[in-house]
Structures are given as C-alpha cells and as structure tokens.
Design a protein around this ligand. Sequence first.
Ligand code: MSP
Length: 639
Amino acid sequence: MGEKVYYITTPIYYVNDVPHIGNAYTTIVSDALARHQRQRGRGVLFATGTDEHAIKVAEAAQEAGLTPKEFVDKLAPAFMDVWKSLHIKYDDFVRTTEPRHIAVVQKAFEILRDKGDIYKGVYEGWYCVPDETFFRESELIDGKCPNPECRRSVQWVQEENYYFKLSAYQDKLLDYIEANPDFLQPEFRKNEVVSFIKQGLQDVSVTRANRGWGIPVPGEPEKVIYVWFDALLNYITVAGWNSDERKFNEIWPADIQLMGKDIFVRFHSTLWPAMLMGLGIEPPKALFGHGFWSIEGEKISKSKGNAISPAALAADLAAQSGAKLDVAVDAIRYFVMREAPFGVDADFSIAALKGRFNSDLANDLGNLLNRTLSMMARYLDQIVPEPAAVASELKELVESTHREVEDAFDRFQFNRALEAIWQLVGAGNRYLEDQAPWRLHKEGKSGELATVLYSTLEVARIVTVMIAPFMPEAAKEMWRQLGITEPLEKQTWAGAGAWGKLAPGTKVEAAEPIFPRIEEKARKEDPAPVEKEHITYDEFKKLELRIAEVIEAERVPKADKLLKLTVSLGDEQRTIVAGVAQWYEPDVLIGKKIVLLANLEPATIRGVQSQGMLLAADIEGRAVILTPDSDVPAGSKIR
Ligand code: MSP
C-alpha cells in the first residue's frame, strides 16, 4: 500500500444558484490547504462538487422552466467555471447525479437496511426546505426553522418513510469525540456538538416520497433517499468506496473535512459519523466548522441583493487598482484568509479589502520585490550576485517562519500562517531600510551591497513559495520577475525553509508593480478653497508636512525637468515626481532627507503617479531643495 493520501473535502454545494463570497470561502481555504500539502510532498486528493437532489434545486429548476436534470446539467459547469476563475485546483468534482455516486448511496442504504440500522415507520413532523432538515415541534422557534441562519417557514410532512437509527449511536459518538480530541474543530464548536448529542438524538427520516427528483430507494422506487443521507456519502464516493478498495484504503479516512458552522453540528458531526459507524467505516480524522461571513455588516442573502459573486468583487478591485484580474482574484483569496481566524465569524467590507490591498499587498509585499528589483537593475545589471556573507538574522527568521507556517497549516490557522509570512516581509523591508543599499553603492562597498541585495531577493524567493498556496497567480508573477527558471510549482516546502538556494548568476527581470496602490479619487463635492491673504492655524494644520528620505531617483523619460523619486516615510514608501531635474542629478539625491507635502492630492504626471510634493526654495526660478539641518528620522512630522 502506498503512502496515505491527504484527503481534503469541501461540502458539496446546492446548485440552485452560483456561489457567493460566503460559500466560496470554504473552497478557497481548502484549495490553499491542498496546495500547501502538495508543496510538502504529500499525495493530495482535494474534492468538491455539487449537491443536486435537493427539493430547492427542483424548485429552482421549475422557476427556470427546466427539468431538474436540465437545470443541474447547466449549473454544475457554472460552478466549475467559478472555481476555475478563483484559481481553485481540485482533483475531483463529484456530482450527486453521477452513476458512481448513485451506486454508493443505494449500496449504503441497503447495507444499513439489511442490518436493521434503517427501518420503516411513519414520519410526521416539520420540514425546512431551504435547509433540507427535519425538526421536532419542540425545536421550532415561533413556529419557524430554528437555524439562526435561516428562520424561514417549515412544512408539515406526513409520509411512510425509512428511518436511520441515529439514537443508537448517541453513546458511541460521545465516546468517539472524547477519544479523538482533534476530531471536531475548533474546540468551541466541539462543545456545541457534545451538548447537542447529550440532549438526546432522535432517529432521522432518510427517505421522502418520490416526486420525480432524488435517488430511488432500492426496491421501492416510490420513495427517494433523503438529500442529506445522499449528499454526505459523496465523501466516500470520491474515495472509491464500493468501487476501488485499494484506492479507498489509500484515501480514507479523510484528513480534513471543512464546512461552515450551519452544517457542522447536526449533519457533519452527528449524522455523518453515525452513518459511517453503521457502515463499519472509520470516521474522518478531522472536521472543521468555520464561521460565517457577513457583507458590510449584513447577513448575506439573495433577497438583500448582497450575495456578491467573488468574480465581480475581483473585477472591481482590478478596475480600481489597475492590477491584473488574476492578481485581484488572489487579493480576495488573501483577504478572506487573512482578515479573520478560521473558525470565527467575519465581515467583508470593501474598505477593509482596499485597506489590506494597499497596505499588505502594495506596500509590504509589492515594495519588497519592486525596490529590490529596481536596485538590482540600477546597481547590478539585474544579475544575482554572490553574497559576501550570510544575513544571519534573516536566515534565522526564515527558519522560524517556516516552522510557524507549517504548524499553523497543521492546525488550520490560516491567518496565523499569513501573519507569520508578513512578519518576514516586514523584516525584509526593514533590512533594506537599515542597510541602505543606495548608500553602500555610493560608497563603493560592493561586497556589502551584494550581500544586502542577495538577501532581500532570497527573502522574496522564500516568501513567494510560502504565499503561492494562498495567491497562486500573483506568486507566479513574482516568480517570473525573480527570473528563477525552475517552475514555481516544482518548489518544495523544504526549499522554502532553506536559506541560500537562490543561485548567483540568475538574471532577474525588470520590476513591474504587481499590486498597484488603489488611489482614492478626490471627492467631487469638496468646495473650492477660498483665497485669502492669511490662513488660520487650523488651515495650516491641514498640511501634512513630513521628512522623507530619498531611496531611489531616476529621470522621467522624455521629460527633461522631471525626476521620479521613491521616498521613505519610515513605515511607508511613496513615489513622487519633482520638477528639479535641471538642477539635480538623480544620484546625488539618494539618501537625502527632504521636506514632503504628504497629503497633496495624488496626480499622474507623464504617466507616473505622484503621491506628494517636495518643497524647494525658488531662487530666481532655480529650485533649491529644503533639507533638515541635522539628521531627522524619515517620517518625522513638521509643525
Ligand atoms: N449542500 C449542502 C452541503 C452538503 S455537504 C455533504 C450545503 N450547501 S450550501 O451550498 O448551502 O453551502 C455550502 C457551504 O457554504 C457551507 O459550508 C456553508 O456553511 C457555506 N456558507 C454559506 N453561506 C456562508 C457565509 N455567509 N459565510 C461562510 N460560509 C457560508 O449546505
């Protein structure tokens, strides 16, 4: 038998509508996890799919004027397209209408019926169609569905049906949960499950009258199998149960099954392991119930019109920033995994998305690569140098980050993994500031310059491999600019922890910003400033004057008066355009401290975004740049 395959599952989605950001979340996270585990050299099976036999799917089909089968055949590919557009690389996509799955469901039903775990009775009770769930009278809240995410009307159902003896598994489930501390995660949801089970489990009706949609009960085609009994079994269909024993032994039990909190307690943590126990199959190793997303503080719902598709969000972000669409998609993937710990509820807001785009991606990550590549072009003809020494503080940080990220993935703490990687990005940026390669170059310290630029490139290489599972396409673009010929997909996780793998002699590409900053346009309703001879102190206070250090300087092509300067404000960098090229050579400005009007409305001058204005004295038309008369840290405020 080969090595156990790392098996990851998402829930399979109801095909009544295309996914919104909330249900895309589970799939995005699963994809990042799958990609990371592939880097670790594991054989991975990452499966997702569609849940097609729900009553609400049949209802949606009717509304669309199609038969249920026509409807699902149209929507299932739409799901695949959405996943593709979100850079989801699954290994299997299961549809519950496929013959391989129907065979599994009927077989499982027969086994449980034969052993008496499924028995016939009359079902009388309430049914919630949106949730496809049976409820006891006592469970209803104000006569409505008790699920806090639903609260819709329920229907009275009275049918002869088959029941699954869930009550018989109450103690077995509790024992299993206790003996396997990692089975239900996060911990606080485990407690919810335990108290749900302890309240007493009722047997579950697992068939419905056949109204033309569903998997028929073997030998009794007037009945169909309950959609949850059907859907949960998809996880073993994919693993090859009942068709390929060898495959099944390599894949099952699933290593991690991810889902939202709404389907965690009742279905995945209770019914599902009980069904498996009944079938004599081991439960999955871990189940994780994540939190819910709201949008701008509101519950996501079709009727509110806020069930935004992730693709539309990405298109918007691309338009506003000027980033490529693939990069914008990755920024959304990044955002949802970074913004909140996996497990708790979170809010998706456009302001928060833009904030993270500008600060984490444009400023931190983008700058690290851009600045390094620009200096590589300026000082080293784009050829990776042989370092004169090992930057041991960075090397050590890489090693500890590597351990931390690995551990975070093993505990499904995706935001912690990203935080750790961003510590490393920050350290890379600070190292550049501290080492000031522009000064080393000016002073002719070529050995030190080689060490500094090699080391920042090495941080960029390592960070690129580490973020590839989260942002696969943006990472590919970073990798291209780093000029490393071995493909990114071939990079191993071990390689991401090994300092010094970047080969001297590699030719890097020219810097091209991958995450262009989103600039807020000035508000139209701003009143025109009133001209006055004097200004008040409050008006003066509106000027944000700061000391900035020039890090890079170059001429703006085809503009003999303009220089493009990259300046540091300590914790932030800006690009500005200054009309001083007639009097200053670019190189002499590098390392100089200048006075910057930092809150001037950004403007594009000769195709370059200028984010502030340098102050200079005007001596009969000649500009003399103002500088502080003793050394002042970059970023200092001027009052
Ligand atoms: N078909 C069932 C699952 C069967 S699995 C054997 C189902 N489908 S669903 O399409 O309604 O939901 C799929 C996933 O999306 C679930 O994990 C659910 O928790 C998640 N989410 C739906 N809305 C969500 C948010 N607003 N936020 C986060 N996740 C959300 O349930």
